[in-house]
Each structure stands twice: as C-alpha cells, then as structure tokens.
Design a protein around this ligand. Structure first.
Ligand code: UDP
Length: 238
C-alpha cells in the first residue's frame, strides 16, 4: 500500500511452531495472544484470512523419514493443521471475534468446506476465516497453500509470521550472531540462495503472480497490526 495506508485484505500464515511455542501440541497462552491481536486487526477494518501449519503435531517428511508411507504421513500432517485451526477459532471466539474454519478435506461437523467465494463473503462481514487441512493433497506445504489462498481470495499481501526471527537473514541468526537481516529481497534471490522463508513452490507461485510477501516476527507484540498497517517491518519479498 501507499505509505501510511494499510492493507485491506491479507493472508496470514501461522506455522505450527507458532501454535506449539516450539513444543508438541497447542500452547494456549500463545494462541490466546494471537487471537487478541487478530481481533484488534479485524475490528480495525482489515479483512483477514489465516492459513495454519501443523508442524507442532506432524510433519509428513519427518514421519516418512522415520519409515511411514509418505501419503499417510502427509494426511496426518493435514489433520494436525485442523487441530490448530480449531484452537485458534476457540480463542478468537473467547474474545468475541467471529470466525469460520474452512477445510480442504471435508469434515462437516467440524468446519465448512473450502469455498473461496464464501470465504470472501465471511471476510466482508468482518469474520476471520481460518483455512485448515492445507491443500488437502499430499506433497504440498501449508506455505504453498497460503500463497494459493492469498491469490484465489484476492489478498494484497502474504504475511508470513515467524517464531522469534525478525525476517529473512543471510544465515541462521540463531546460530550465527553476525547474520544480516534483509529488508528487501526479490523472489529470484530467495530461490537462488535457498533462503529459509518458505518452500520453493510457495515462492515461485508468488513470483509468477506478483504476490508480495512480508516475513516478520510473530513474537513481538503488536507486530501483526504493524504488518497489516503496511509498516516496514521484517523483510519484504517482491
Ligand atoms: N501437508 C500436506 N499437504 C498440504 C499441507 C500440509 O501434505 O497441502 C502436510 C505435510 O505433511 C506437512 C504437514 O501437513 O508437513 C504440516 O504442514 P506444514 O509442515 O506446512 O506446517 P508448518 O511447517 O507451517 O508448521
């Protein structure tokens, strides 16, 4: 957006790591805090959809490495994302924020199926939309789904919230204190240097369709609002 003007519609990707606070399962304190931040942003008039990851429960590639059939492992991974979606919905509703969960695998008692036009309608009515179950297909990541959903429902930006890192660095800041934060990057550099932002499928989908990505630190309170307001935090990939 132009300086000072916030985004109207955003897609926020929350990794499973965010939900678990680095552990297996859901850390309710963290999810509560995310819900509070999301409520403020939606009440401020921004339309928000969230894609949740599931790495705090299962990562298909890891289970496959340990000997499980990859497709079973990936479906388990997708079901894990649904648990995160429900946790986020529960805490959002506690703070009075209306939400709808839509899943890419149908499970009518739990959530609506993914219907893009309906998702847009929900957002227009001030409801937070939470997408679970990834793409409903093995061999995909929730990062790629975040890029796809952002495109399909007409978001202006893909906001990738990271757990404890401020953006994209030239090296891992957790092990190299001299790692330098990039403020701006182009997609091709992210791909060529294999920078750890998202998988290559997600980055190239954004590149092919000019979807900007903002990578920022979820753990600094108020950062979701800052990113939504179009403040220059973290790393902008465009
Ligand atoms: N997954 C999948 N297809 C999708 C999205 C996710 O098979 O469209 C599986 C995959 O096994 C992945 C797991 O679900 O490892 C959890 O998602 P992801 O690893 O993307 O979550 P995050 O890293 O954001 O926590």
């Amino acid at each position: 957006p132009a300086d000072g003007a916030g985004y109207k519609r955003v897609l926020l990707k929350l990794s499973g790591e965010a939900f678990g606070g680095g552990n297996v399962g859901v850390d309710s304190g963290i999810v509560q805090s995310i819900a509070g931040q999301l409520a403020a942003v939606v009440r401020g008039g921004t339309q928000v959809a969230v894609v949740v990851g599931g790495g705090n429960f299962f990562r298909g590639a890891e289970l496959a490495e340990a000997g499980m059939d990859r497709r079973h492992a990936d479906y388990m991974g997708m079901l894990g994302t649904v648990m995160n979606a429900l946790a986020l919905q529960a805490f959002c509703e506690q703070v009075g924020l209306q939400t709808r969960v839509q899943t890419a695998i149908e499970m009518g008692q739990v959530a609506e199926p993914y219907i893009p036009r309906k998702a847009v309608r929900h957002m227009e009515k001030g409801r937070l939309v939470i997408f679970g179950a990834g793409a409903g297909m093995p061999y995909f990541s929730t990062d790629t789904v975040a890029a796809q959903r952002a495109l399909e429902i007409g978001c202006q930006v893909l906001l990738m919230a990271k757990n404890g890192v401020d953006g994209v660095y030239d090296d891992d800041p957790r092990t190299n204190p001299d790692a330098v934060l990039y403020e701006d990057l182009d997609y091709a550099t992210v791909l060529a240097k294999q920078l750890k932002v998202a998988d290559a499928t997600a980055i190239s989908l954004c590149m092919d369709n000019s979807m900007p990505i903002v990578v920022f630190n979820l753990l600094s309170d108020g950062n979701i609002a800052r990113a939504v307001a179009g403040e220059r935090i973290g790393t902008l990939i465009s």
